[in-house]
Design a binder for this molecule. Structure first.
Ligand SMILES: Nc1ncnc2c1ncn2[C@@H]1O[C@H](COP(=O)(O)OP(=O)(O)O)[C@@H](O)[C@H]1O
Ligand SMILES: CC(=O)OP(=O)(O)O
Ligand SMILES: [Mg+2]
Length: 456
């Protein structure tokens, strides 16, 4: 993490934060604020001010959706949304954003001093690094360990170096937050010599999101960040759980790669490692998979488990919102005593399976935290938006003392702020929170506070 120093008034410039997720590209542009006093206790005293935000979702689908919002627009907030056929991967999404920026915002891109890139796998790099030939090649070598992510991030870095040659590109790693995981938790029960030689251990991901959530929840709970114990569910296209003890990652559900742990939009999550050899007799063959800027060398097994599994494999869609909608429609049919076709059971299967796997980790991590849990926190696209999923998960947590306030849970979308309370108010209550995570802000903030990036 960056050291906590105030940004002196003399510094100026814009910071662009780019978050290449598996199904999305989220981009935010910030102006540096000058702070008179350093602050660790309030999100309102962030060292950066948001100017605009853009998001491209469903990137691999034929009609990616693009949105662009000028937050600090002189006429107030202005959002534009469109479906774009020319976007087919992360690099073309970034190019579309740059064209839009030029056309729609009166922002001179030469003002962009730093571009922060979320890079999912950093291996043994824990600190943010400026992109050089050496650091680029380090990230490239890890591409096969994050097949849906590192290649996509590199393709954006590539596009960025071309389009913004004056700006400094800096990589921020998801894995950094999990460096605190103790060796006996991060190790797999395999030959330790081979494990060490090849770096085969749990790295964990979604770290920028967990860092942001930890900070936001500490402020919300008015607790010293170093004493906060929380159980966080980051549920998006990629989904993971993290147990945070004394402000640090104690354990997380993803591992050597982001494929394990919870299932996701196209990922299997935990399966018996032998399963793949019964699923296909071509498991070890290389899968020919070309990405724009970088080749990803994965086996057919990895292709199946990363890209042909998860919600997509069970239901045909990667959209969890659609899964919930269809499941409820089938439930209504059942209530009306109408016949439910066998194929319609897939919606509930996907939903129940996800809730079941979430419970696997929540139960285990509650125990690892020895029951000392300040709050359970929902985040990520599904965690922040799915009323039904939160309801079902917290219902199962009743035996641990967590109780949902159903009205508050339904009203989350109408509430402002980073953190929303959805637990029932009672004496000795255990808190249930929704946190609107912001990986872009986490990077921009770290960048603004890092002395070495601003000294001439
Ligand atoms: N209203 C909703 N209900 C349930 N799930 C939703 C809803 N809206 C979006 N989602 C889910 O959130 C996912 C995106 O999560 P997000 O964290 O933004 O993505 P990424 O993992 O690419 O960063 C979508 O794929 C969709 O499944
Ligand atoms: C690590 C990971 O799965 O990220 P995302 O959810 O953004 O795809
Ligand atoms: Mg994400």
């Amino acid at each position: 993490m960056a050291t906590m120093t105030a940004t002196p008034a003399s510094r100026s410039g814009l910071v662009l934060s780019v978050n290449a997720g598996s199904s999305s590209l989220k981009i935010s542009l910030y102006r540096l604020k000058s702070l008179s006093t350093p602050s660790t206790s309030s999100l309102t005293s962030e060292p950066v001010e948001l100017l605009l935000v853009s998001s491209i979702n469903d990137i691999s689908n034929p009609h990616a959706s693009f949105s662009f919002t000028l937050v600090a627009h002189e006429n107030g907030k202005e959002a534009k949304k469109e479906s774009v056929d020319s976007i087919h991967d992360h690099a073309s999404a970034f190019t579309h954003f740059l064209e839009y920026l030029k056309r729609e915002a009166s922002i001179d891109k030469s003002q962009i001093v730093h571009v922060c890139h979320r890079v999912v796998h950093g291996g043994d790099y824990f600190e943010p690094v400026v992109i050089t030939k050496e650091s680029y090649e380090h990230i490239e070598r890890l591409t096969d360990l994050a097949p849906l992510h590192n290649g996509a991030a590199l393709s954006v870095i590539h596009a960025c170096l071309r389009a913004l040659p004056e700006a400094n590109s800096i990589a921020y790693f998801d894995t950094s937050f999990h460096r605190s995981i103790l060796p006996y938790i991060a190790s797999y029960a395999i030959d330790q010599e081979i494990a060490k030689e090849r770096g085969l251990k749990k790295y964990g991901f979604h770290g920028l999101s967990y860092a942001y959530i930890h900070r936001a929840v500490s402020v919300h709970l008015q607790k010293d960040p170093s004493s906060v114990n929380i159980l966080v569910l980051h549920l998006g296209s990629g989904a993971s759980v993290c147990a945070i003890r004394d402000g640090k990652s104690l354990d997380t559900s993803m591992g050597l790669t982001p494929v394990t742990g919870l299932p996701g939009a196209t990922r299997s999550g935990v399966v018996d490692p032998s399963l793949i050899f019964h699923y296909t007799n071509r498991a070890g063959r290389m899968s020919h998979n070309k990405q724009q800027a970088v080749d990803v060398h994965v086996t057919h097994a990895e292709e199946i488990l990363n890209k042909q599994s998860g919600w997509k494999a069970i239901t045909g869609t990667t959209d969890f919102g659609e899964i919930v909608k269809e499941m409820k429609a089938v439930e209504e049919k059942g209530k009306r005593n109408e016949e439910v076709a066998e194929d319609e059971e897939k919606w509930k299967l996907a939903f129940d399976l996800f809730v079941d796997r979430i419970c696997d980790f929540v139960g285990a991590y509650y125990l690892k935290l020895r029951g000392q849990v300040d709050a359970v926190v929902f985040s990520g696209g599904i965690g922040e938006k799915s009323v039904e999923l939160r309801e079902d998960v917290v219902d199962r947590m009743g035996c641990l003392g967590f109780v949902l306030d159903k009205e508050k849970n339904r009203a989350v979308a109408e509430q402002k702020g980073e953190v929303v309370e959805v637990g029932k108010e009672s004496q000795g209550r255990k808190r249930v929170l929704v946190c609107r995570t912001d990986e872009q802000l986490e990077m921009a903030r770290e960048c603004a506070l890092e002395e070495k990036f601003w000294s001439k």
